[in-house]
Write a protein that binds this ligand. Sequence first.
Ligand code: NAI
Ligand code: A1CAB
Length: 271
Amino acid sequence: MNDNRVAFIGAGNMARCVIAAMLKAGYPKENIMAANRSQPKLTELAADFGIQTSLSNATAANWADVIVFAVKPQMMQDVCAQLLAEAPECVEKLLVTLAAGLPVSRYEEWLGQIRLVRAMPNTPSLVGLGVTGLYPSRCSNYEKAFVDHLFSGTGMNVWLEAEQQINHVIAVTGSAPAYFFYFMQAMQQKAEQLGFSAADAKAMVAQTALGAATMALQSPQSFAELRAQVTSKGGTTHEAVSSFHAAGLEEMVATAMQAAIDRAEEMAKHI
Ligand SMILES: NC(=O)C1=CN([C@@H]2O[C@H](COP(=O)(O)OP(=O)(O)OC[C@H]3O[C@@H](n4cnc5c(N)ncnc54)[C@H](O)[C@@H]3O)[C@@H](O)[C@H]2O)C=CC1
Ligand SMILES: O=C(O)[C@@H]1CCC=N1
């Protein structure tokens, strides 16, 4: 499976995360190429990972067996039009898109009938601790197995039965690293107000988050049960958690996750 040549169109944050994950999982760097419309990110990827690069999307697409679209959703129509004109054989290849919001039907308007997998990884894929949602359209079993292999290094793959679930994956995992970073940022701010240095505060908060997530993954207990173990009767944790509860934390989280889903649905209508 490592023989397939994989080209990334767009060499930004997400391409870097997925390429790092592929390399960690043993994918040969000779079989990975990234294309970008400007040079600096290509230079960084070549220096960091030793992969091939090109300023031409068509060159990368023609070289590849599998093409991964990793540009912003707003750029996708232009990229598809350009590839159709300059690398028309791309429509015969297996295509993968990382873009939020754009349904398969939109790509088919632009490229005709294609074999496409919508993939929704998240940034912790960079360190092999990500989650990737995958939705296939018109793909063979071999192609699904290949895409599963491609993303295996990101951490955990979740195959979806219905395309709409991609938007749910965005809310639960795709956008979610930002929720945790926001929470940790707020904790760091308070820790600094209490007198800890910025470096100590960041490390203390991140280590606690890592410890909590590791315990949750290793334990069969629910989040509520794990929380109960920290919460002594009449103690400090009870006061802190009651304060979150009184401020409406659960409703706030549900509303925020729904806002991510609503935005993905809106993007589908307007791009
Ligand atoms: N950042 C994230 O956490 C996630 C992003 N995604 C999706 O991944 C895609 C890429 O997002 P990011 O990597 O965050 O964006 P980014 O802005 O970091 O990267 C996009 C890259 O595409 C390049 N580009 C723009 N137009 C181009 C063109 N016509 N030809 C070639 N290259 C072009 C840009 O120069 C940039 O380097 C988006 O569609 C996004 O919805 C999906 C999951 C998570
Ligand atoms: O914010 C976004 O639209 C992308 C999709 C999921 C994470 N980042």
